[in-house]
Design a protein around this ligand. Structure first.
Ligand SMILES: *Cc1c(COP(=O)(O)O)cnc(C)c1O
Length: 410
């Protein structure tokens, strides 16, 4: 842990974009000038009040921030231990936290004079958020999506097309998120002049992990102020689900130097982390390597081939994790656990029944960990979990797992 006098957990990354031995900029020479220009422009924008004025105005009037901090009183009573709060980012426009970041990157793109936005998406949520903001600003939007995911995520593909985006199915490699990322990077180098690459989580080459975190930390800043207003103190434990790690980094970052606050990230344990990679727990079940321009923990086989991973929640099946999480894990400031599909499904149902909130399957993982630990904790222990997305998109998956036939229902 840091020395009290001068060390802070909030100073990273260093000039080369590293958080300890993680992060950095592992990109081809052709990409380097684009990354450097982006870094320079972002460094300028982030200290410019007019940038944040525009952001705050849209956060308020377009996204619907601040999102409430909600005391889940029935769930708290049901669990019989710690007091449970939910940060309600599922109430944002487009139903999740992703738009917080997309808005920041697109305001930046506009300042840089870019007119064409590219993105890659797995489950489609980042693609939808990007298509949404592009429509709002009249920007051309191109979304790369693995062919396999295009098949699996038809409603989101249709949403993106309704919003005016071009969805390009990627058939190279195995036709998944990792391949879509590679095609997006290739597009960027060939369309340097007018194109901005909008990344959806705290991954990619520097400055993306830091920039996305900066845009998402509004979650933690609000939660901190709201918790002070509600309880007059900080929470004892904060918990968030991890795909690439952006909603978690957004909640965690403002609390990193508050040493009384325990920080827990919840990875997707799928069918169990001890199995044959039928999970997406990069930290709990992976090891360090390089993917998507940065060094971090990854799911890989003995030869270093990136593995696809599996989770009931499509939004959690990123094969890596943001480099700042890898660092927080290695220095011990945050703890990372995993939750299985089964546990997440049970949490999903309990949340519906106890709180009248249909959560996305991603935050259901965070909630499942709350359900595990809250009963053993004293009643004055405060937990704040990030309800980072709503579950409308997931009801078909849940119905299938519960054996409910949507066709026959009336
Ligand atoms: C995309 C998504 C995630 C996973 O991404 P992070 O970068 O880890 O936040 C989690 N929850 C929801 C609701 C999502 O849409």
């Amino acid at each position: 842990m840091a020395d009290d006098l001068f060390n802070s957990f909030m100073t990273g990354p260093d000039e080369s974009g590293r958080f300890g031995k993680f992060g950095g900029r592992f990109v081809s020479e052709t990409l380097m000038p684009l990354i450097l220009e982006l870094e320079q422009q972002y460094e300028h924008a982030k200290t410019d009040d007019s940038f944040w004025d525009e952001m705050n105005d849209l956060w308020t009037h377009y996204v619907g921030r601040p999102s409430p901090l909600y005391h889940a009183s029935r769930l708290t009573e049901h669990l019989g231990g710690a007091k449970v709060y939910m940060k309600r980012d599922e109430l944002n426009h487009t139903g999740a936290h992703k738009i917080n970041n997309v808005l920041g990157q697109i305001i930046l793109a506009r300042r840089m004079g870019k007119t064409r936005i590219i993105a890659e998406t797995g489950a489609g949520q980042h693609g939808v958020a990007t298509a949404t903001v592009c429509a709002k600003f009249g920007l051309k939007c191109v979304v790369y999506m693995g062919a396999h995911d295009v098949e699996r995520q038809k409603p989101n593909v249709f949403r993106m097309r309704l919003l005016g985006a071009e969805v390009i199915p990627v058939t190279s490699g195995r036709g998944t998120l990792k391949d879509a990322m590679n095609d997006a990077l290739r597009d960027w180098v060939t369309n340097v002049r007018d194109t901005f690459y909008c990344i959806g989580t705290v991954a990619g080459p520097h400055p993306y992990p830091a920039m996305v975190r900066d845009f998402q930390q509004i979650i933690g800043k609000e939660a901190k102020a709201q918790m002070q207003a509600a309880e007059g103190r900080l929470p004892d434990t904060i918990i968030a689900a991890i795909g690439g790690g952006s909603n978690a980094m957004g909640l965690f970052y403002p609390f990193l130097d508050d040493k009384t606050v325990e920080i827990i990230g919840v990875e997707a344990g799928g069918k169990g982390v001890n199995d044959k990679m039928e999970h997406c727990a990069s930290l709990t079940g992976g090891r360090p390597g390089v993917l998507h321009g940065n060094r971090t923990y990854l799911l890989q086989d003995d030869d270093g081939q990136i593995l696809e991973g599996y989770s009931i929640s499509a939004g959690l099946d990123y094969p890596g994790i943001g480099p700042e999480h890898s660092w927080l894990h290695d220095i011990g400031r945050a703890k990372y656990v995993s939750v299985t599909d089964k546990e997440a499904l049970a949490a999903f149902q309990l949340c519906c029944q106890q709180e009248g909130i249909i959560p996305a399957l991603e935050p259901s993982h965070a909630l499942a960990h709350v359900i595990k630990i809250a009963p053993e904790l004293p009643k004055d222990h405060i937990i704040c979990m990030n309800m980072c997305g709503r579950g409308d998109k997931d009801i078909f998956t849940v119905a299938r797992h519960l054996g409910f036939d949507m066709e026959d229902a009336d």
